[in-house]
Design a protein around this ligand. Structure first.
Ligand code: IMP
Length: 201
């Protein structure tokens, strides 16, 4: 069975990636399970560049098919911020928590009327035959004025997807994994990968 390594050290993101890819006939390993105990510097200026950097580092170390997700939140009224800096968006230099980050975002937004935002996920997969698969997915919605719910991770408590009246953190894993940016990007990825014989159920 083909191995697929997920290039991420974010436990909650890993869990979502595993769940969304669970219908594929591949053996899924985390970066750590594959023996890569390093963090890749996200020096790119786009989601696609950072996804490639993460996938490449783990692919070079293992030689196995590797998939990476680089993702973030883009808020219209903030000119696309926090964007590629979503994981590092906070005042000061210390390692902030998710809560500190979404509180910082809410503070920056104040009572701004335009609450439109979207999550973006860029997927990059490097395959041993030299192919590179790149896909992208989005989830559109609005920024709430206060956090709601405990599920998910990152900015989920302050993001309400279009068509729903609960935050992403309230909707639950099953719904999130159908409508999220990551779900859309991975659906396209699976379609591309299916073109390789013998790796889909
Ligand atoms: P990455 O690991 O560099 O891709 O960082 C992604 C960051 O974007 C995370 O740390 C979160 O802050 C945010 N983010 C990405 N995907 C999601 C999501 O599904 N829900 C909430 N926040 C997310």
């Amino acid at each position: 069975m083909m191995k697929l390594i997920l290039a991420s050290n974010n436990a909650k993101k890993m869990k979502e990636l595993r769940a969304i890819l669970s219908d594929m006939d591949v053996e899924i390993l985390s970066q750590r399970e594959a023996g890569c105990n390093f963090e890749v510097d996200e020096t790119g200026t786009t989601f696609a560049e950072n996804a490639y950097l993460k996938a490449k580092a783990v692919f070079d170390a293992t030689g196995e098919a590797t998939v990476a997700d680089d993702s973030g939140l883009m808020v219209e009224a903030l000119g696309g911020e926090p964007g590629v800096y979503s994981a590092r968006y906070a005042p000061g230099e210390h390692d902030a928590t998710d809560k500190e980050r979404y509180e910082y975002l809410l503070k920056k937004m104040g009572d701004t009327e335009n609450r439109k935002a979207k999550f973006v996920s860029s997927i990059c997969c490097l395959l041993p035959d030299g192919r590179i698969i790149r896909t992208e997915g989005e989830c559109h919605g609005r920024i709430l004025t206060e956090p709601c719910g405990e599920g998910g991770f990152g900015y989920d408590p302050v993001f309400m997807p279009d068509g729903y009246d609960e935050s992403m953190a309230q909707l639950g894993t099953e719904v999130k994994n159908k409508i999220s940016h990551r779900a859309h990007a991975l659906a396209k990825f699976k379609e591309e990968l299916r073109k390789t014989d013998g790796i889909d159920k």
